[in-house]
Each structure stands twice: as C-alpha cells, then as structure tokens.
Design a binder for this molecule. Sequence first.
Ligand SMILES: [Zn+2]
Ligand SMILES: [Zn+2]
Length: 271
Amino acid sequence: MNYDQNLHTHTAFSDGKDQMEDMVKHAIKLGFKSIGFSDHANMGFEVTGAMTRENVAKSLQTSKALKEKYKGQISVFCGLENDLFSTQDLSPYDYVIGSCHCLIKDGEIIEFDGKKDHVKGVIDRLFNGNGMDFAECYYSTFSRLAETSRIDIVGHADLVTKHSEREQFFDCDGKAYKEFALKAIKKVFERCQVFEINTGAIARGYKTAPYPAPFIMQELKRLGAKMVISSDCHDKNFLDCQFDSALSYAKSFGFDKIYKFDGKFFVGFDL
Ligand SMILES: [Zn+2]
Ligand SMILES: [Zn+2]
C-alpha cells in the first residue's frame, strides 16, 4: 500500500518553509488523498517556532479556505501540534498532536529541541552534565501529556534521542533509560492510543531511523497502539519522506494495520 496522508506538517505560519497552499498542491501532485496542517501552538511566551497569536487566527482561516477550495481533489484538515505548556484553545481543530518540546526543571520551562550544542548547554547548565538525568526529565515531562485537555496523536515519543546517532548524551540502549521511557509511554498510552512513526529527523538529516526506537515500537505493539505515519514536514519536498520504509518498519514489529484520519476517526488499513 501507499500511505497517502500526512497529518504532521508545518508551514510558514510557524517554522515551516512553505505556504499552506503550496503544500496542498504538492500533496495533490504526490497523489495524497488528504493533508493535515499542524503548526506549532502559540505558547503565551517566547518559544522558537511557535505561532504568534496573529498567525493562529490566520492559519485556521487559511486552512479552512483551502479545505473548501480543494474539495473533491484532496481533504484538508486543520490540526495543531500542541506543546504540553501551551494554553491555546484546542476546540477549533480537527485533531491535535500532543508533543513535548520543552522540559520543566525546578519550575523553569526550558526548550531542548535544538541543535547539538544547545542540548549540551541544557545538560551542562541544568543537569550538571548528566545526560541520563536530562533524558529522565524529558520522560517525566512527556508523561504529563496524559493530563492535557486534548490529545489525538502522540507526537515523536522519543524526541530526546534526536542527536543519539551522532552524540551519545546518554545510553539509549541501557536498562535504566528503557525503564523510564516505557513507564512514560504506558502512562501516555492510557490517555491516547494513536502514536506516530515520525520520519522528521531523517528528513532533516539528524537520524537515519524514525521515531520511536524499536523497543518502544515493541511496547506499542504489545499495548495495541494505532500507528500513523508522518514526516513532521517543514519543507514540502519531504512531505512523504521515507513513508515506504516507515510502513516496513511498522510491519517488522508485527503491526498488521496502519491508521489514517478521516476527519473524525482514525481508521485502520491492512498493511
Ligand atoms: Zn514537534
Ligand atoms: Zn512538528
């Protein structure tokens, strides 16, 4: 099968390169049946890549207009990538991706989803150079997604491993790491059963494998998660980045269905 949907896409309204309409046109060219926009929620404070209040309104307006304009050619969904610490109104959206891009440590909210040097700085300043403490803090923060008011898809579950192929800030094959990661996954799964296989770090040259890591995929299979595929697209040329290998990746853990959003529900398709 071909996976003909991407629900995790960013446009120029947040930190993506392209205008919404150019993304829609490109999706049609690729033969997609649907596309969902999920720009970064406004945070109420300064965070890299988040939408301004003005752009929150504009993005909703634009995606709704495109939904009408392209009716019959492609389904356009208005989604949002909501961060744990955003206070934005989630009610206008077709779906909400819940993601954790910031950590909370001693009451301070810290961005960590940056380049290698930025992450190293965070680990040095807040965790006395201890990468494992950083990873543990990520998962304890991530697990709070279970308490958010709305979450329809869990975004890039192990984002904390973004640099792991080039720099080992912590041992992500170690027993301790796996234990607290799985504890958090289980907690979030109780709240939301839809998780994504996210190829975004491949598209942007950080990784060669998608999120989440194999041991998390095994656990998600055991729990009965519904998997969707996304490329966390910030550039239309990567709209379907590695979708075929993401399908094989899901299959290799025994998933026999892959899910797509139909505007209301997540529907399973045989793999
Ligand atoms: Zn994200
Ligand atoms: Zn994203």
